[in-house]
Write a protein that binds this ligand. Structure first.
Ligand SMILES: N[C@@H](CCC[C@H](N)C(=O)O)C(=O)O
Length: 298
């Protein structure tokens, strides 16, 4: 028997996803199927899978209005995460096109990390209201340390929760950032109970634009469940929050974050952040998944 799935491929600053439109929860999305879809040689290829489903159709959507669109996010290794910032922007572009929703006035979506708001900025970019953040309990700006290949000794880090867990490490120069080997997962101490995304950041100065002071940083990331990716939206928020914390009083609330796949902007507004950046839908197609379904336990 042949089973096919319709998919869309999209990316946000080259953090790429396989998107599935599944309003009524008809796709049996398993870790095996996610790993196959994300496989860059045998499958479609992506850092993760995002399924658009109505909240009322799935247990994770409990408590939300049943008609709310839920972003069911999975990492490439078949694990799920609470939130994906770049994915949320791409999800917005997907809903605009395939569900016919106009996002210029904003839309509330469900995620495992709580509700988020998506707004189209009208130029191919989207703003995501990323919800409340929480910095680690650190008296001197650090609450942990991180060891990575190409970086000795271990460096101090700050844990930041933006719905999903992050550890941010400051490096001295862009050369040090470029020399990092992120083909291996960095080791975090104390280890985060459910694992963590780890960002390495270098400050790059700043500017005043339209009367607003903006900081600028460059980062690389090793994502829990996906390895090194070319961008991480929640990671960019964690980085902006950590760098502002380290800079102290008077530091900017707006940060332009350079990632290997482009640039995103983070605005810190009180206890919340807003992530802005592009979202691109690249291709549509169908994929034969019968061999994956054949090995999926009943
Ligand atoms: N790339 C994403 C984050 C995806 C989830 C992450 N790997 C995790 O496990 O928490 C982003 O853009 O935020």
């Amino acid at each position: 028997m042949t089973a096919t799935l319709r998919f869309t491929k999209g990316h946000g600053t080259e953090n790429d996803f396989v998107l599935l439109f599944d309003e009524r929860d008809e796709i049996d999305l398993t870790p095996e199927l996610v790993r196959f879809l994300c496989d860059r040689r045998a499958g479609i290829g992506g850092d993760g899978v995002i399924r658009a489903v109505r909240a009322g159709e799935i247990p994770a959507g409990a408590g939300l209005d049943a008609r709310t669109w839920f972003m069911d996010y999975w990492n490439a290794d078949g694990s799920t995460s609470e939130m994906c910032g770049n994915g949320a922007r791409v999800f917005g572009a997907f809903l605009e096109r395939d569900a016919g929703i106009d996002l210029t006035g904003g839309l509330t979506i469900g995620t495992r990390g709580g509700t988020r708001t998506l707004t189209s900025l009208g130029d191919g970019r989207y703003a995501v209201g990323m919800g409340e953040y929480r910095l680690g309990d650190a008296t001197d700006g650090f609450d942990s340390e991180v060891e990575a290949h190409g970086l000795t000794p271990a460096r101090p880090a700050l844990s930041v929760d933006v719905g999903n867990p992050h550890h941010v490490v400051a490096l001295a120069s862009t050369d040090e950032l470029a020399a990092l080997d992120l083909t291996h997962a960095p080791r975090v101490r104390p280890a985060a109970p459910a694992g963590s995304n780890v960002e390495f950041v270098v400050t790059r100065g700043g500017e005043i634009r339209d009367g607003v002071e903006r900081g600028r940083v460059r980062m690389r990331v090793h994502e829990r469940g996906s390895g090194e990716t070319r961008s991480c939206g929640t990671g960019a928020c964690a980085v902006a929050l950590a760098v502002r914390e380290w800079a102290g009083e008077g530091a900017p609330d707006v940060w332009d974050v350079e990632v290997p796949g482009g640039m995103v902007t983070v605005r810190i507004i009180g206890t919340r952040t807003v992530l802005e950046g592009p979202a691109v839908l690249v291709a549509d197609g169908t994929v034969d998944v019968s061999h994956v379904l054949a090995v999926t336990p009943a």
